[in-house]
Design a protein around this ligand. Structure first.
Ligand SMILES: [Fe+2]
Ligand SMILES: [Fe+2]
Length: 187
């Protein structure tokens, strides 16, 4: 490549760049590398680490007969905790967005706030009405119920060290199918 400014790049250079991009960037690999970071500290203090928690949530979703989208959402919903602890759901949701339904995108994006409803003994969120007030602005959204179910059945239920959690390889098919979809490019 010889261009110094983007506007000077030739058609041939753009074709070559696009070919290289398709060869170099694998969205599934990138997402799984992020998930792998949860083996270390994120969710420290919980009964299982973030990696185990994510696999357990995905295992529960698989056993409940959920579609690929929801299983992959379970696997990756916390994957950005290490780089964006305060808004990890939003970061993971955007990573998934080109490949999943609007519903799945919304569930992952809002799981952090909806999860507060389960923290009944939390020093802040357990205060009377605190969690309810936090979710009030989104409670009437059509995907709220699905998000609550995700939090109740998969996310909030997946801290059991004794649970028969499946290894990552068990989800290879779901990962391949979801990330193998043609990417939708949100504006
Ligand atoms: Fe989370
Ligand atoms: Fe989680």
């Amino acid at each position: 490549m010889t261009f110094l400014r983007m506007r000077d790049a030739t058609r041939e250079e753009w074709v070559e760049i696009e070919r290289l991009e398709a060869e170099l960037y694998d969205p599934a690999e990138g997402a799984l590398a992020l998930l792998d970071t949860l083996r270390e500290s994120p969710l420290a203090g919980h009964p299982v680490n973030g990696y185990e928690h994510s696999l357990q949530a995905a295992t529960r979703a698989l056993r409940a007969g959920e579609p690929d989208d929801m299983i992959v959402a379970c696997l990756l919903h916390d994957s950005a905790v290490g780089i964006a602890p305060a808004n990890h759901g939003q970061v993971a949701a955007e990573m998934l967005r080109p490949y999943v339904s609007e519903e799945t995108y919304w569930v992952v994006k809002h799981h952090g706030i909806v999860q507060k409803l389960q923290m009944v003994n939390h020093p802040c969120w357990g205060e009377a009405g605190a969690a309810e007030a936090a979710v009030a602005p989104i409670r009437s959204h059509p995907f709220f119920a699905r998000t609550r179910q995700f939090c109740d059945d998969y996310d909030g239920a997946s801290f059991d060290p004794a649970y028969d959690t499946l290894p990552l390889e068990a989800f290879a098919g779901q990962i391949e199918r979801v990330f193998g979809r043609e990417a939708f490019r949100p504006a």
